[in-house]
Structures are given as C-alpha cells and as structure tokens.
Design a protein around this ligand. Structure first.
Ligand code: HEC
Length: 107
C-alpha cells in the first residue's frame, strides 16, 4: 500500500483518504486477525518468507497442484489470481468445497 505507483507494473496510486480506508480494511481483515482455518494455513505456509501473493505460498500451491497449469490460461480464468472464476463465493470471504467449480467445466 505504500508503493502503489508501482503495483505489479501498474500505477495504482489513490487519494490519501482512499489509501487510508483501504489500508485500515486490509489490517482489520488480515489473516493475522482471522481464526478461519484457511487463514491459519496460509499464514503458517508464509512463515518468514517474503511472499506478496497468496499463489506463491506452499499452501496454495499444494491445494492447486492437481490443476493443469494451462487451465489458468483458459479465457474464462485468465490468471491464478482470478479466484472467483473457480471459487464462486470468494467475494463473501468464503471458500467452501461445494462452491468450487468443477474444473472440467473449463476444459
Ligand atoms: C482454476 C480454478 C481455480 C482457481 C483460479 C483458484 N482455485 Fe482454489 N481451488 C480450486 C480447486 C479445484 C480446489 C480444490 C482442490 C482439491 O480439493 O483437490 C481449490 C482449493 C482451494 C483452497 C482449499 C480449500 C479448503 O477447503 O481447504 C483454497 C484455500 C483456495 N483454493 C484458495 C484459492 C485462492 C485464494 C485463489 C485465488 C488467488 C484460488 N484458490 C484460485 C480451484 C481454483
């Protein structure tokens, strides 16, 4: 949040007020503040490594190891970061097993 001019190759800079609001939200809703099982597993798999993307954690990689790499390039998915393409309830902060799309529907 302190270097949004260089956000994965984009300039994502915001007003001071928006930056503060988003930062407050992120801190309030971080894995460190959550007791959800997935948050704990993600945090544990980060350890003291310098990881800035959940897709780089050993936990995420392990959970998605059976998904063929080419599938993430599918036009309906486009990127590993597009969690919503497969986890239909992720915008509610949920990753329920019965809400994961059958990946064969993309093939
Ligand atoms: C191509 C579809 C796809 C995308 C994109 C995807 N996932 Fe998944 N994810 C799956 C599937 C399928 C599983 C279940 C794997 C299994 O059970 O073998 C899974 C499992 C998981 C789990 C474990 C669920 C549990 O109950 O323990 C988590 C957490 C998770 N994904 C988070 C994410 C996040 C966060 C993103 C985005 C950064 C993401 N996934 C992107 C398909 C996807």
């Amino acid at each position: 949040m302190s270097d949004l001019e260089n956000h994965f190759g984009d300039d994502a800079s915001l007003s001071e007020e928006d930056t503060k609001n988003i930062l407050d939200f992120l801190l309030e809703n971080s894995a460190e503040k959550s007791t959800k099982e997935v948050s704990v597993k993600v945090l544990n798999s980060i350890g003291n490594k310098d990881i800035i993307a959940i897709t780089q954690t050993s936990f995420w990689k392990k959970e998605h190891k059976d998904i063929p790499k080419e599938l993430f390039k599918n036009e309906k998915i486009k990127s590993k970061a597009n969690c919503k393409a497969c986890h239909t309830d992720i915008e509610k902060g949920l990753i329920e097993d019965d809400k994961i799309k059958d990946i064969s529907s993309f093939m």
